[in-house]
Design a protein. Structure first.
Length: 263
């Protein structure tokens, strides 16, 4: 072996020896959240609870999770363990029909709860995914029921949550069964307007996180009908629409399209 070759091999060994060993990334502890300090507490699980009862919720220290746009929170048939409170972002719940089509059953924004569809059978009846980068609190349902046994107000809270789910399903049935296309879209937009206003946002201007096709699935309308109805509302100077950005010009006029308040 020549001196030059030997020197080259020695240099290579030195380089390899000098390379730092791989360092395992430290485990990231899940973020914890407390209901008492959450800005959404009046809209979420603690709404209407006394401070001592909210303190009991704080002791549970719910885990917070981040879900990227398009990621699934749970699937139809998954074991029911948690209900989820939306902190930031938007979720979509849907069912898979026998013919393979998706039926959107709800859209959920900050301060709202999802996952109660699994309480009856022990498994989720629908799938839920993020429409944008979203953050949720995972609330163990078993812990809530244990707490309800010792905190009188908690049983009322759980009953209220169940009633809210029933009311939403009833509202969907009403949309699909008794209204024309104009009324359905007006009711949908007014419902979003009210929900955003309750969170301190503009009731007249907001960005739709869902597609026209997803709106159509939720309202029982074809995509073409949804697009045509948006266009008609623009021509009637009820709305200004820029892709998914909505500005309600005539809120009273839109309300006249749908006189019944949607919750």
């Amino acid at each position: 072996m020549s001196a030059a070759t030997l020197e080259s091999n020695v240099s290579r060994i030195h380089v390899i020896a000098a390379a730092p060993a791989a360092v395992e990334a430290p485990a990231v502890a899940p973020l914890k959240t407390q209901c008492s300090t959450c800005h959404l507490r009046d809209l979420c699980l603690p709404g209407g609870m006394s401070m001592p009862d909210i303190d009991r919720l704080d002791d549970m220290k719910f885990n917070r999770r981040k879900i990227k746009a398009g990621q699934t929170l749970y699937r139809e048939g998954d074991r029911f363990q948690f209900i989820y409170a939306v902190r930031i972002g938007t979720l979509k719940s849907s069912l898979m029909l026998a013919d393979g089509r998706e039926q959107v059953s709800g859209f959920h924004i900050a301060g709202e709860l999802v996952g109660l569809d699994g309480a009856a059978q022990g498994s989720h009846a629908s799938a839920t995914m993020a429409l944008e980068d979203t953050e949720i609190c995972a609330i163990p349902y078993a812990h809530l029921t244990d707490l309800a046994a010792s905190v009188s107000g908690m049983q009322h809270v759980i009953s209220r949550l169940m009633s809210r789910e029933i009311l939403r399903e009833h509202s969907l049935m009403m949309l699909l069964g008794s209204m024309n296309a104009d009324e359905r879209l007006a009711a949908f937009l007014l419902n979003l307007s009210q929900r955003y206003a309750a969170r301190g946002y503009s009731e007249r201007e907001f960005h739709l996180r869902m597609s026209r096709a997803e709106i159509g699935s939720y309202l029982g309308m074809k995509l073409e009908t949804v697009s045509r109805t948006f266009t008609a509302f623009q021509q009637q100077r009820l709305l200004e629409v820029d892709k998914r950005h909505i500005r309600i010009i005539d809120l009273d006029g839109l309300k006249r399209r749908f006189e019944v308040r949607v919750h």
